[in-house]
Ligand binder design. Structure first.
Ligand code: SF4
Ligand code: FES
Length: 248
């Protein structure tokens, strides 16, 4: 396939970026999207040009780093996959593909397609943990009975990989889907109830401090989430927050 790529180039966080055109030929349909970018970068390096900076690690949908806006959709046109799981068979010869970083005030561009997602880390650090007594009286987690459907729901919430597609998809750049998944994975389990009141308040406070927008129930986050994180998590977090704040 011959393709026409339009890619966001930006030297650093303080410089002004712009879209740059890159024609590419010889793209095979069984290449992954990131392999296609590798081929482009190899040709840029061979020409003495600076390669395009993009994030990636696992290349199998686990780490959440390969956050790319592809033709206006976070992670591209397929549902329930990350950009690294997208294959070039999804495109056809002659296509134009627009590739940008995820855009949100709380996700500043570091370089080209790489964004700073440490805002998510700070939300996690604000409450995404449980405290365990390790003084010798620790209860084996398997000794605590948990209803099957609760365990399943907690596991579903825990599959969030922190990619940020929910933020990029939202017209308000809201991080409610991410934060609610992180709150839910604990609040559904008995081990997570001990600190539930502080957790939801601290994580929501940090989310607001980072500059993410408000949720207006558009639902674009759920549609674009590669892990199928449900809006039910946002409803659960709102209930948790209401209960926590009404306790004072
Ligand atoms: S909720 Fe979905 S889209 Fe948002 S960070 Fe988690 S995995 Fe990514
Ligand atoms: S590179 Fe890890 S999820 Fe895509």
């Amino acid at each position: 396939m011959n393709l026409h790529l339009k890619i966001w180039r930006q030297q650093n966080a303080n410089s002004k970026g712009k879209m740059v055109d890159y024609p590419i030929s010889g793209v095979e349909s069984d290449m992954s999207f990131l392999e296609m970018l590798d081929v482009l970068n190899e040709s840029l390096i061979n020409k003495g040009e600076e390669p395009i900076a993009f994030d990636h690690d696992c290349r199998e949908g686990i780490c959440g780093t390969c956050s790319l806006m592809i033709n206006g959709e976070p992670h591209g046109p397929d549902r329930l996959i990350t950009a690294c799981q997208l294959h070039m068979r999804k495109f056809k010869d002659g296509d134009t593909i627009v590739i940008e970083p995820f855009r949100a005030k709380a996700f500043p561009v570091i370089k080209d397609l790489i964004i700073d997602r440490t805002a998510f880390d700070r939300i996690q650090q604000a409450g995404g943990y449980i405290s365990v007594n390790t003084s010798g009286n620790t209860v084996d987690a398997n000794a605590i009975p948990i209803e099957k459907h609760k365990a399943d729901e907690a596991m579903d919430a825990a599959t969030c990989i922190g990619c940020g597609a929910c933020v990029a998809a939202c017209k308000n750049a809201s991080a409610m889907l991410f934060t609610s998944a992180k709150v839910s994975q604990f609040s559904l389990l008995p081990q997570g109830r001990v600190e539930a009141t502080e957790r939801v308040q601290n994580m929501v406070r940090q989310m607001d401090l980072e500059g993410f927008g408000n949720c207006t129930n558009t639902g674009a986050c759920e549609v674009e989430c590669p892990k199928g994180i449900s809006l039910e998590n946002i409803a659960r977090m709102n209930r948790e927050y209401l209960m926590a704040t009404s306790k004072g």
